[in-house]
Design a protein around this ligand. Structure first.
Ligand code: PLP
Length: 387
């Protein structure tokens, strides 16, 4: 097949393992092959009933037309209240835009800020799409190591060393996919200081904000002094409200950046689906108790699953304090890809090789424990076959 028609910017982009592996699991299942899929980063719960009812009511009322391109004012007002209440971020709704999931928010934000050759610092291991989006846009993702021995904290000294005249942005994911770590306030303050000194933007991806355990607190770098003009904060409904398929997220950005992001949104997706936005209002306004219940369940699942992983003689996992990911170290001399192939072959378990999460991800494997307890028990029994 002729590849000459492809734009240079996509020639080196590779498939996301966190999307392609679940697709493979679905394909096997459709052929009647039983597999356990712990590779897909999504809640296993149905979306809370009031959210579904709100979408149905909007559809029944004929709410099926174009709406404001930045999102419904009632949704953006709910987001504004939420940002103030939960994150200490106080912005007018003109700096808030509803998006087609957090992914589109991140892509649009990068499109509006990163020039060809700009460097973007990304703590590594990382969620692959952060780096791939930078590459597609023409920037250069630069890995900043996170240290297993230090609870996967970002190596802040290294981050500062890696700053050059081309550094445009730091991408932060906290709570963090894939490690389940959450950045402490001191670390965020230290990163904020580096960014202020060097006038570097921060893209704060806070999509796992609600999934925290053991009384740890999530802090938003965008609320820190002097960071309001340097931070783009991204969040959404996928993980907190079990709404992955609905494709609804949002972004808050400094005014000059938001003005251009809105224009790019108008020329690309126009806005997220109108009746889904109505459901988003109810999610933010009325559904905290459902979120709490789901989070309590993830904690229970974590408390079962992680100690069981540690009983296997080939994995070791520190207790993650957030998200629904376990990212154990492989304690035998093999690569993550080889181990994951073995898990699939011998245990019929899909997990994502750490190598899919940047160069510092090698040597680890990612499991999603947002699964019914029976599935987790079955997984552990199957994983025992691999030892
Ligand atoms: N950001 C991170 C760090 C993620 O892990 C994911 C999904 O796995 C997303 C964003 C995507 O969120 P959304 O479904 O809102 O696009």
């Amino acid at each position: 097949m002729k590849s000459g028609h492809l734009a240079k910017r996509v020639l080196n982009v590779t498939a996301s393992p966190t999307v392609s592996l679940p697709d493979k699991a679905r394909e096997l299942r459709s052929k009647g092959i039983t597999v356990i899929d712990l590779s897909e980063g999504q809640p296993h719960f149905d979306t809370p009933a009031p959210i579904k009812e709100a979408a149905k009511a909007a559809l029944d009322a004929g709410f099926v037309f174009y709406v404001q391109s930045a999102g419904l004012p009632e949704l953006r007002n709910e987001i504004k209240a939420k940002l103030l209440r939960d994150n200490g971020i106080d912005v007018p709704i003109s700096q808030i835009m509803a998006t087609v999931g957090a992914k589109q928010a991140i892509f649009t934000a990068m499109l509006c800020t990163i020039n060809e050759g700009d460097e973007v610092l990304i703590p590594d291991p990382y969620w692959g799409s952060h780096a791939s989006m930078v590459e597609v846009i023409g920037g250069r993702p630069i890995s900043v190591p996170m240290r297993y021995e230090k609870g996967f904290a970002v190596d802040i000294e290294k981050l500062e060393e890696l700053v050059t005249s081309k550094t445009k942005m730091v991408v932060l994911s906290s709570p963090h996919n894939p490690t389940g770590m959450i950045a402490p306030k001191d670390d965020l303050e230290a990163i904020a200081d580096i960014c202020k000194k060097n006038e570097i933007l921060v893209l704060a991806d806070e999509i796992y904000e609600k999934l925290v355990y053991d009384g740890v607190r999530h802090y938003s770098i965008g609320s820190m002094s002097g960071m309001e003009d340097l931070t783009i904060t991204v969040n959404g409904f996928s993980k907190s409200h079990s709404m992955t398929g609905w494709r609804l997220g949002y972004v808050v950005a400094p005014k000059d950046i938001m003005d251009k992001m809105l224009i790019v949104q108008q020329h690309s997706v126009t806005h997220p689906t109108s009746f889904v936005q109505k459901a988003g209002v109810v999610a933010l306004r009325d559904c905290a108790k459902y979120v709490d219940e789901m989070v309590q369940y993830y904690k229970k699942a974590r408390d079962y699953f992680v100690p069981e992983l540690n009983r296997l003689n080939y994995l070791h996992c520190e207790m993650p304090q957030s998200t629904f990911y376990a990212f154990p170290k492989i304690t035998r001399p093999t690569t993550s890809a080889v181990l994951c192939d073995m898990l699939l072959e011998k245990a019929k378990v899909f997990a994502v090789p750490g190598s899919g999460f940047g160069k510092y991800g090698e040597g680890y494997v990612r499991f999603v424990y947002a699964q019914p307890m029976d599935t987790l028990k079955e997984t552990i029994e199957s994983l025992k076959k691999v030892s």
